[in-house]
Design a protein around this ligand. Structure first.
Ligand SMILES: Cc1cc2nc3c(=O)[nH]c(=O)nc-3n(C[C@H](O)[C@H](O)[C@H](O)COP(=O)(O)O)c2cc1C
Length: 145
């Protein structure tokens, strides 16, 4: 009998962008958004990070291709931000992050930091043309100690 488990393989997609936060957003609005995104993405097995710093958002999304594209369409229409600039949108063999995290400009846990480093290493070898902008942006958004 045909073993379906081995024939169905998931198509993984990753999208990253930066955007400008709507100036009416308060810190508590942002916290509320972070909490919603963390819960919703983790329940959909979407991994990555969402960060806010100095009026800008930076997001990395990884997950099943259609899920990621559908979510990104919704995000583009969200009035809580504007001027969304896509950094990359490509397939990947498997996700780098183990869960979804939303943070105010700092990655506190060592594990989150090492997953981001792994993600950057993969980008460097697979997508050298976007690696420069992504590593520049992650450094800008984070005050890594
Ligand atoms: C900067 C930013 C990032 C967002 N990221 C996500 C996300 O990763 N996952 C998510 O479910 N919603 C995210 N949202 C919220 C969506 O735009 C949308 O409000 C949410 O998915 C609920 O949509 P629905 O009620 O139409 O299903 C984000 C919004 C903003 C402003």
């Amino acid at each position: 009998m045909l073993n379906l488990r081995n024939t169905i393989s998931i198509m993984w997609q990753t999208i990253s962008y930066v955007s400008t936060a709507n100036r009416f957003l308060t810190n508590s609005d942002i916290n509320e958004l972070f909490e919603y995104v963390k819960v919703n993405n983790n329940s959909l097995k979407i991994t990555g990070i969402l960060m806010y710093s100095d009026g800008n958002f930076f997001q990395i999304l990884e997950g099943e291709k259609k899920l990621i594209h559908d979510l990104f369409k919704k995000i583009l229409l969200d009035s809580r931000h504007y001027d969304v600039i896509k950094i990359f949108d490509h397939e990947m063999t498997k996700p780098s992050f183990s869960k979804y995290n939303s943070n105010f400009s700092t990655i506190n846990k060592r594990s989150e930091h090492s997953e981001l480093q792994q993600f950057l290493e993969k980008e460097k070898s697979n997508n050298p043309e976007t690696f420069k902008s992504i590593s520049y942006l992650t450094n800008k958004f984070m005050q890594l100690s």
